[in-house]
Design a protein around this ligand. Structure first.
Ligand SMILES: [Zn+2]
Length: 251
């Protein structure tokens, strides 16, 4: 049994119990539909389709099939590859959130199944693959996930490496000090740090961006400022009451 900590567990009906013979890597797909629509489809036995993981354009990551079980996403590739469906239609590019979520799935597969963090060259290789690379054996889905997403696969690998703490291939960069662009990147989407233990959704999100931490901290500071303002008001009211009392006693 293997479920990914950062993904929300929504088990579906369509899968082969205990049917995942091995894990060569993760296969990227495009749904031609929505996250909810795909989930409903994967619960319909007549569809004879499912996927281990699914992402939403706005950032939802779901696990539909346990990775010990075989999902039905890429025909002959089902026994040896995990599958990741992505909300959208053919021709779309993945959103920033979807890039992060696919990278998180790949980094997790690296951690659990020792999947190498690189592009797979074909069905017999290992790493990050995509549906069309399997050709007719994998159902002949030549337009899944589409050229724009295939172009984004190296970015998914790069993000997975950052998540896994593996050095990236970009030479010369490792020993250089951070530049302004690096700092901006860290402060926006790519600075992945563990969720604070008191975060409301820490149990669902294994990773938080630095931006999430900043937002949480800012909210906490605002709440402290508000309670200080309330206390100041109460102190002022009390001071007034004491002054009135003193005046009466002196009168
Ligand atoms: Zn596909």
């Amino acid at each position: 049994m293997a479920r990914m900590p950062g993904a929300t567990w929504h088990p579906v009906r369509n899968f082969t119990r205990g049917g995942q013979d091995s894990v060569r890597g993760v296969v990227v797909h495009i749904m031609a539909g929505t996250l909810e629509g795909s989930q409903a489809w994967f619960n319909n036995p007549a569809a004879e389709a499912s996927s281990h993981f699914g992402t939403g354009k706005a950032g939802a990551l779901r696990q539909w099939v346990d990775t010990a079980d075989r999902a039905w996403a890429q025909s002959a590739g089902n026994r040896t590859w995990l599958s990741a469906e992505n909300e959208g239609v053919g021709g779309d590019a993945l959103t920033e959130q979807q890039l992060d979520d696919n990278a998180a799935v790949l980094a997790w597969a690296h951690q659990v199944y020792d999947v190498p963090l690189r592009l797979a060259s074909g069905p017999d290789d290992r790493g990050l693959g995509y549906h069309a690379m399997g050709g007719s054996e994998w159902g002949g889905h030549t337009s899944c996930p589409g050229p724009r997403i295939v172009q984004q696969l190296p970015e998914i690998v790069a993000r997975a490496k950052r998540l896994a703490g593996v050095p990236t291939d970009t030479e010369d960069e490792d020993d250089m000090a951070l530049n302004a662009a690096d700092v901006t990147r860290i402060l926006t989407t790519d600075g992945i740090v563990p969720a604070p233990s008191n975060a409301p959704d820490a149990d669902r999100n294994k990773f938080w961006t630095v931006a999430s931490h900043l937002a949480t901290t800012t909210a906490a500071v605002r709440s402290i400022q508000q309670s200080q303002a309330d206390q100041s008001k109460q102190i002022a009211a009390l001071t007034k009451a004491v002054a009135a009392l003193t005046a009466r006693l002196e009168a």
